[in-house]
Design a protein around this ligand. Sequence first.
Ligand SMILES: [Zn+2]
Ligand SMILES: [Zn+2]
Length: 1007
Amino acid sequence: MAVKFKADSRRWLTLGYNPIELEKEIREFWKTNQTSQKLMQLREKTNIGALGYVEGPPTLNGVQHVGHARGRVMKDLRYRMKTMQGFYVTFRAGWDCQGLPVELEVERALGVKNKKELLERVGEEHFVEECKKTVMKYYREWRSADRKLGMFMDYDKAYWTYLDEYIEREWQYLKRAWEQGLLGEGYYVVAYCPHCQTSLSNAEVGLGYEEVEDPSIYFKLKVLGAKNEYFIVWTTMPFTIVTDMMMAVHPEAEYAKVKVNDETWVLTKERVEPIMQKLDVKDYKLLEVVLGKELEGIKYEYPFIDMVPKQRELDELPLVHTVVGEDFVDISTATGVVHLSPGNGEDDFLAAQKRDLPIYVPFDDECRFTTEAGEFSGLFARDADSKVVDELRKMGLLLSVETVRHEYPTCWRSHHKLVWLARREYFLWTDRVNKKVVKAAENVNCFFDSPKNRFLSFLKEGKPWCLSRERVWGAPLPIWVCEKCGDKTLVASKKELLERALETPGQHFELHKPWVDRLTLKCEKCGGAMRREPFVIDCWHNSGASPYASFTDEEFEKYVPVDFLVEAIDQTRGWANSLLLEHVILTGKAESPYKAFLFYGFVLDEKGRKMSKSLGNVIELSSLLERNSADVCRFYMLWKCSPTDSMNFDTRELSKRPYQVLGTLYHLHRFLMQNAEYDNFNPREHTLKWASENNVLKYPDHWLLSKLQQTVREVTEKLEVCEFQFAMSELEEFVVNVVSRQYVPVVRRELWSDNPETLNRRLAVYATLWHILKTLTLLFNPVTPYLSEAMYQRVYRQLDKTLPESVNFEGWPKPDEALQDEALEQEFEILMQCVSLVYSTRQNAQLKRRWPLQKVVVVAPKKVQTALKNLEEALLELANVKEIEYVKELPEETDEKRWALALGEGMQVLLDTSRDESLLGEGVMRDLARRVQALRKELGFMPTDILNAVHVAELDSGSVRLLEPYLSEMAELVRTRKVHLHKKRSEVKAEWNERRLDDKKVYVAIE
Ligand SMILES: [Zn+2]
Ligand SMILES: [Zn+2]
């Protein structure tokens, strides 16, 4: 048996597409050759321009799941494409190491219940060490998952948000804010997590809305001095009645006084009917309508005045426990009367501040009522809800109580319900630079409208940024306060700190608690000792400092604003927001630190449910990629839907179309390689130019080359504007339909021959396929880097040793107008229409495509006829007929038994369905040949191996008679020296294989 393949290529040519094995091999290849490092160096040295990039740092408090991976696939895609286009991209990794997420992860690992226990049992120093260990543990997990995914990031130049160098540069942002008066202390109502015992920023609040249950109560507050007159109020936070200070109505709205039994109720006129219905009051009478402002100043009886001594004290103050007018009161819901607790609500707080009222906030750090709350002291705020309801009921003030399920902000890390508390905090007064911020954001390219609108509408809220956190593991707030004179100073460098410190720190010093707290500075005003404000900085500020903190000054000048960022949609409130606010403060300009930002949608499970630990449907990347191919996953994520859409991730889909597309590309390469090696194709010699000069290119080749140019153009354009799913369908269509289903069948038979006279024609087909498939390999590289590299090494570098070491060092394909031929493409459209008409006729007449037929008559106008005549060779091959006749009009009479008709647009086809003995014989031969081909494959023969003999036994005598004239043609087709027919299997000793031929059994053996 002739072996026509080199040993190394022979191995892969026999393999099916097994991407998991292939990816392992390529990973080793990249590692051994340091491909990603070389690529970075190559583009740093020679490029057509530099593009800044800053990594949105993953938090190292858990492992990578598919939601993360979706974004990483897009990042890597952009990087590889831009790099192939010749740009240098600062594609450096970054790791988010500090803040609540990491702290809570460590608390869990240490089995600590809350912050108090943490500080007592573990201590700050030990806790910080544990946080670092956790960060390193998850770092290794992320690296390993990234490696499987095929990420080409620069990990050597990664930034780490907890390192002193980074924190010092983060402090520069604060210094700029301090100098501009945009950073300072404030007393304000902030969202507070009772579990984490820290306040959260406005942006963080938006990250954690969940559906929760709360009590919903209607109650009465009695008008002082009036007989049986009450305001009707609604709340879902009964505990705030303990801190109640005022009642608000809308000054311009109409309020009704309604008689209910012997009482008078006051509520907004608009809501009388629904509220009476709600409270099941049937008999009521409208007494009077007044404007809200006429109610202002009315004093009401505060219900818990005997239980809360402090409230009795406050009650003495003017305006306390009276009705005030406020425009924020919404009269379209509830009763249009709201009670105000300035210690527990932002609007309430502002209303009290406006009237110079004290703020009553009787809570400790665990959110329990202090002794100032009298009989409620010791109760956790939300636990006081039921006591409040009970007390109101006892006093006869409760009208109704039920439970509502509603969306309510919870802690984005610990999922506890947040409580609003007035606290002393440090703020970035970002509200004062809001115009610049919004203007900067308007100039950002977000590719799609809906994320952009979401981003802008959040930014327009423009609330101050509560920056201080009462936690441990974070960048310390670098503000020191004099114990004596109260003067404050911000020190933004480690060097300056150590110079100004009153005593030198011990051996170990780093910019973290507790070390940094131990430094006391000398007050420059009065000489007193200054102590640090004990806060750490919001971790979102920490990661949002990355454009300046991760670059040097010189790099910052060069690369910021960066070119393009990708993060999940929730980062409109998260990192994208921090980056923008900080950059505007740092530069003082209405400029965003990024020119473009792609916000991508969440990854949901196959049923469209959110992935969560409690549902157990989170897909971790590492385990996903143990059983699935990274390339297939990458393709799937980009192909399935638009990047802005939520994606239902269904692992069962991976093995369907996505695998099929990549498998087709793989098998097309095998097809090329098997044939090309056999004919000693030399890509450096047998180029398209050579083929064209020797006049061996035919219409199908020209057509395919022309189609490719449009594909290159479309794919590039779609990738540039992040319409990844359209780029993927372009590639899919070209690989599966255009090359595999349309082009290859036209040229396949030409390649079977080994006639030296037609060698040049075969070489021209290889030149065409080489060009087409290589271009596709490059276009696929940003999406499926493993498959592209494998094909590059096994096919292109195998046959052309002068090519660069890796596919990644290649340039991005550009459409070549010289190869484009629109007229030809249109003719091929006509051809394909005609072929598909023939196929449907065959199907109706139950004539298999591989059965040759005598004739087809095409009824079409001249123009269509000309097009088909130009491509007749391809048409004969695809339609599998012996001859074609063209007519302008349908013959008046046709034998309906013999001729099957199919109607198309502007074209009709008549197919001769009769089959004489020679056609039948050829059909039998092809059927048998197909089974022999399949057997050859099963037994591991190469398509070009020449067999010694093929044996066929127990074929019925009719078929034998038909087949006999075709034996030598069959021998050529299945590449054997001879085909032997046997009546019985026993006639020859062979390894028989049973096959079915239509309804009959037949036995085949090969040797
Ligand atoms: Zn929390
Ligand atoms: Zn002082």
